[in-house]
Design a protein around this ligand. Structure first.
Ligand code: AVJ
Length: 322
């Protein structure tokens, strides 16, 4: 069983969920969104026209991938690429293709909590970049990272897809400091950030008319029914998402439509919901460039280089560990 990276350390998954649902402001970690069904729904989200993030980062990695390669601080020293939360890696393939132009690029280690996603990725890579050495790891990145850093090779750490935006500011800082601790001096990190933009564009990306994002969030309840023997009735919950352009935070919720009790059979526990009570599920954050620079400099990284898509919707930022 993996540990939940967002909630209290060392709780089992079920206890972490229950702990969040017993709070005054109910909460489910976004970590639980990515079971098999959730990962499938997230792949559909990435293909929606409203979800601009995917295309924007795809554009950067395919069109600027060669500049990124040339900006790496490794010269001719051998290095490996470790990717956190790789998912199906369909954008990363674009960057890896550019990196293959140097013999010093020695291999790719994608880490993800979805084993289906990393499996799909291995198959794709075997076909598309047959000479690349790929070593997929199924697990939690905060546990795996330190273990995976090779002592005698440099590392390019990838944290793409704006995954960093789903951490609260305190945890984001901790995470960045953790990267700084795990990486060696001279290693590099490339992080994808979604940028602040017209609020309506962001609102639509996280509350699509087709209802795929809604299904993605409601899948949490179905998952708990499947895995923990809970008895959530999905049709008694709604989905609501809102964007605050000042803080840059999207906040997504499930809303209880009635007064109701939900039982977690295996744990023998009960959770009560009042009509209109919320469960907070996600807080994807949008950044401005000043905030991004501060985040890196405060966590021991320097030599920042920023690439954006042609709309200025999204940024991939490269930095070197001091
Ligand atoms: C996978 C966390 C980057 O925040 O954009 C997409 C998840 N949630 N639509 C994001 C998500 C709703 C996504 N991340």
């Amino acid at each position: 069983m993996h540990r939940n990276p967002i909630s209290e350390e060392s709780l089992t998954d079920e206890n972490a969920v229950l702990e969040g649902l017993m709070r005054k402001e109910k909460y489910i970690s976004s970590y639980f969104l990515y079971d098999r069904e959730g990962s499938r729904l997230f792949q559909r989200i990435m293909k929606m026209p409203e979800y601009y993030l995917y295309e924007a980062e795809f554009e950067i990695l395919s069109e600027k991938g060669d500049e990124i390669r040339q900006a790496l601080p490794f010269y001719k020293k051998p290095y490996k690429v470790i990717e956190l939360g790789a998912g199906d890696g369909s954008k990363t393939v674009e960057l890896l293709r550019h990196l293959m132009k140097n013999e010093s690029f020695k291999g790719y280690l994608p880490i993800d909590i979805s084993s289906e996603a990393t499996q799909e990725l291995s198959i794709r890579l075997a076909k598309e970049i047959p000479h690349l050495e790929v070593n997929p790891i199924h697990g939690n990145y905060d546990e795996e990272l330190a273990r995976l850093i090779p002592p005698d090779e440099s590392v390019l750490l990838l944290f793409l897809g704006s995954n960093i935006g789903n951490f609260t500011s305190g945890r984001m800082r901790k995470l960045m400091k953790g990267f700084g601790k795990d990486l060696k001096s001279g290693d590099a990190i490339l992080i994808g950030f979604d940028l602040k933009k017209h609020p309506r564009l962001i609102q639509k990306a996280y509350d699509d008319v087709q209802g795929i994002t809604r299904a993605f969030n409601l899948n949490l309840l179905a998952r708990f029914n499947r895995e923990f023997g809970a008895d959530f009735q999905s049709d008694q919950f709604d989905f609501y998402s809102t964007y605050d352009p000042v803080s840059g935070e999207v906040r997504s919720y499930l809303v209880s439509l009635i007064n109701q009790e939900v039982h977690f059979l295996s744990a023998g526990r009960k959770v009560t919901f009042e009509k209109n009570e919320l469960i907070h599920t996600e807080t994807p954050k949008k950044f401005d460039v000043e905030e991004i620079e501060k985040l890196f400099l405060d966590s021991g990284f320097f030599d920042l280089q920023i690439w954006k898509d042609h709309n200025d919707y999204y940024a991939d930022v490269l930095a070197v560990r001091r």
